[in-house]
Design a protein around this ligand. Structure first.
Ligand SMILES: Nc1nc2c(ncn2[C@@H]2O[C@H](COP(=O)(O)OP(=O)(O)OP(=O)(O)O)[C@@H](O)[C@H]2O)c(=O)[nH]1
Ligand SMILES: [Zn+2]
Length: 356
């Protein structure tokens, strides 16, 4: 029998579960979420589960539905028809905006403690992209970690690491050559027992190579195996949540790998706290650090204190976030309206019945 703690269960979730006050429910963690079919891992039950009707129909937005990593309350797992009754409050979540006419939030992983940004020390190395990742991670509630991979291909690893530390103050920066196994133990030591990590980074950065190293077995096809073997041969496993030998947990899914920006401006301020600090000296409170007079940020660029690329990236992200925020507000209003419409309908039905 596995212990729930092995899957990251703790007092926070136990308390939330206790508040449901229903002895017919059992806690379980979602190890895979695809369309309406879920795989869950509980103390006694381990297998498929579907959504209870009230969860399927009652959710105002898709963000309220279970995602991989979620802790859920299962109804009657021993009956042969286990249903997910409720999603326990999340401690953190990684989400992305779903492409389409309407922007809507899709949770790609829940209850993640650590996001490892894997960046190659080859042509993949890009500080501006790293800043974007860090902004998105800060929004999620998880802690970032930067892994500079492919040290075997780089002559100036220390200089690169120093550049990263400069744009990511306070974030642990590790060097590794996942292909040869160097530096992988350090990653493992940053994912404690019961903690959940995910990997993000460009295609080819070495995420699958790292996962296979961390797990000590080949579970994710790397570029070579994908090319050499017939497709899918290595993808026999459909899990998305893995237990690491050291007791940590790892979530990996295509949705996470394509992590995009989703979030508000407060996360931007955290990722660019140097600019935030400088902005206090701007003449206007709502200064966009563009052409305004009395802009302390532009002054810092002119004096060489701040890299112009960093400011440009900041302004680009700010524009993107403002646009997203506007669209999010619109779709949140729509969801709210929809909810009220159904509540009103329910109410009318109720009063009609009583009036009869
Ligand atoms: N030289 C060198 N190559 C590496 C290293 N780590 C990974 N690679 C190679 O980089 C290529 C891409 O690695 P993957 O692990 O498949 O990359 P990925 O990030 O999983 O890519 P996607 O699955 O597309 O997201 C493969 O050819 C790996 O062998 C390393 O430390 N050094
Ligand atoms: Zn300014």
């Amino acid at each position: 029998m596995v212990s729930l703690r092995d899957y990251g269960w703790d007092e926070h979730f136990a308390e939330a579960f206790g508040r449901l006050h229903d002895a017919a429910l059992e806690p379980a963690r979602v190890t895979r979420a695809a369309a309406a079919i879920f795989r869950v891992r509980g103390e006694t039950y381990h297998g498929q589960a579907t959504l209870a009707g009230k969860l399927r129909h009652g959710a105002a937005t898709s963000a309220e539905l279970p995602a991989v990593g979620d802790w859920v309350a299962l109804r009657s797992p021993s009956s042969g028809d286990p249903r997910i009754d409720a999603v326990l409050p999340r401690r953190s979540m990684l989400s992305r905006n779903v492409a389409g006419k309407r922007t809507s939030e899709q949770v790609v992983a829940a209850n993640v403690d650590r996001v490892v940004v894997v960046m190659g020390l080859d042509r993949d190395f890009n500080l501006r992209r790293l800043e974007r990742y860090l902004t998105a991670i800060r929004e999620s509630g998880a802690q970032p970690l930067v892994l500079l991979n492919k040290t075997d291909l780089c002559e100036e690893t220390d200089a690169r690491a120093a550049e990263v530390r400069e744009v990511a103050p306070g974030v642990p920066v590790l060097l590794a050559s996942c292909k040869y196994g160097d530096g992988v133990d350090a990653v493992r030591s940053h994912v404690g027992a019961g903690e959940t990590a995910v990997l993000v980074g460009s295609s080819g950065a070495g995420k699958s190579t790292l996962i296979n190293r961390l797990l000590g077995e080949v579970v994710q096809p790397t570029r070579e195996t994908r090319e050499d073997d017939d497709r899918g041969r290595h993808t026999t496993t459909h899990r998305e949540l893995f237990r690491l030998p050291g007791g940590g947990l790892l979530i990996d899914s295509p949705g996470i790998r394509e992590l995009q920006l989703w979030g508000g401006e407060s996360s931007l301020q955290q990722a660019f706290d140097d600019i935030d600090e400088l902005a206090r000296g701007c003449r206007f409170r709502d200064c966009t650090h563009g052409e305004e007079t009395g802009c302390a940020v532009i002054a810092a660029v002119e004096s060489g204190e701040l890299a112009v690329e960093r400011l440009e990236n900041f302004r680009e992200l700010q524009k993107e976030l403002r646009y997203l925020e506007k669209k999010q507000n619109e779709s949140a209003q729509r969801a709210e309206k929809k909810k009220w419409r159904s509540i009103r309908k329910e109410y009318r039905r109720f009063t009609k019945k009583r009036g009869r």
